[in-house]
Design a binder for this molecule. Structure first.
Ligand code: ZN
Length: 343
């Protein structure tokens, strides 16, 4: 088989069949310290798609960092066709500060496609688009719930695009949520350049959630097989995901203490009790009931809440029995260790 040409990134040349960590120069710290965005390039012997897998665009969403670390250890990458660009810290400033945002208080995922003369966030977004996204044919962006909130492993993608919909299914997360692209997001910038892009959500900010990490690593490998970057697996089993289009946030009506009565990943029927909000000095303030039949895809882990805080996120489902079966299948594949640290 013919070898593919070398891959060039950040002034480095990576020969076919080699891998290398490359640092893309970005704005320095004000301590004069140089900063780079690290990119691990795995350049296969033979030609194929170019996939970016990115994490921590929100700097406190660290689950994806671990997903990428485990992905890069996977032996099947020795047989890679095409090129994998793994970027564990798209927002290195945020990761250092353990913050969702950048030092200029902007959300990097609302700053795309950015510009070389824009804000700090806009410049970083521009670097990512020019150096990474433009070189790729496919993308997967890894996220978690925001602070003190866990998400059930799920794919968010524009299902009106056939190839994106195919890959969303193949990923194998228990739930796929149709979601239009958001203004200024990395996903929008990538879709504008014609790439099918999946957004994976799973786990909680500032924690490693073993179940979500497992789902993420498996899902990326499944997508890589489906686009011909890795050989097809012999025992590949296609799990049909739950499809959802609409989600309902349950918000605290008053400030107080929230006691959950439904767990993450549970199927709830319209009218089921989701939780009880109480005043810390004793009185029950309100009970929350499921507004629709659906799956608990996100929840607040911290029991303390202000009025208006998002407590639970329910994705409406059409076929409850089918959804329950899919959730049971998903749970049955998890080990004690996966649950051990589950929050
Ligand atoms: Zn995020």
């Amino acid at each position: 088989m013919k070898r593919q040409p070398a891959f060039e990134l950040g002034g480095e040349v990576i020969a076919a069949g080699r891998r290398l960590s490359v640092g893309l120069p970005m704005a320095r710290l004000y301590t004069h310290t140089e900063m780079t965005m690290p990119v691990h390039v795995v350049h296969g012997r033979q030609a194929g798609p170019t996939l970016f897998v990115s994490a921590a665009i929100h700097g406190d969403e660290i689950n994806g960092i671990e997903i990428i670390r485990q992905l890069l250890k996977n032996r099947s990458l020795n047989r890679l066709k095409g090129t994998l660009l793994a970027i564990p810290f798209v927002n290195p400033f945020g990761v250092i500060q353990r913050s969702r945002y950048l030092p200029d208080r902007r959300d990097l995922n609302r700053s795309f496609p950015g510009s070389p003369s824009g804000s700090l966030a806009g410049r970083l977004a521009h670097l990512f688009v020019e150096q990474i996204v433009r070189r790729c044919t496919h993308g997967i962006d890894l996220h978690t719930g925001s602070n003190h909130r866990s998400n059930l492993p799920q794919i968010r993608a524009d299902l009106t695009d056939a190839e994106t919909a195919r890959l969303a299914k193949v990923f194998g997360a228990p739930l796929v949520l149709h979601s239009e692209v958001r203004d200024g997001s990395l996903r929008e910038a990538a879709v504008d350049l014609g790439l099918p892009v999946l957004l994976f959500e799973g786990g909680e900010a500032l924690y490693f959630n073993p179940a979500a990490i497992k789902s993420g690593v498996r899902g990326i490998l499944n997508v890589m097989r489906a686009i011909g970057m890795l050989p097809a697996s012999r025992k590949s089993r296609e799990n049909e995901p739950i499809y959802a289009e609409k989600t309902h946030w349950i918000r605290a009506t008053r400030s107080g203490i929230f006691e959950k009565r439904a767990r993450l990943g549970a199927l709830v029927h319209k009218g089921d009790l989701l939780g009880i909000l109480s005043d810390p000095l004793g009185d029950e303030l309100s009970r929350f009931f499921a507004p629709v039949t659906g799956v608990v895809i996100g929840q607040l882990n911290l029991p303390l809440c202000y009025e208006g805080d998002a407590l639970m996120n329910i994705a409406a489902v059409k076929n409850a029995a089918e959804a329950e079966e899919i959730l049971e299948d998903y749970t049955s594949e998890l080990t004690v260790e996966d649950f051990g640290l589950e929050r």
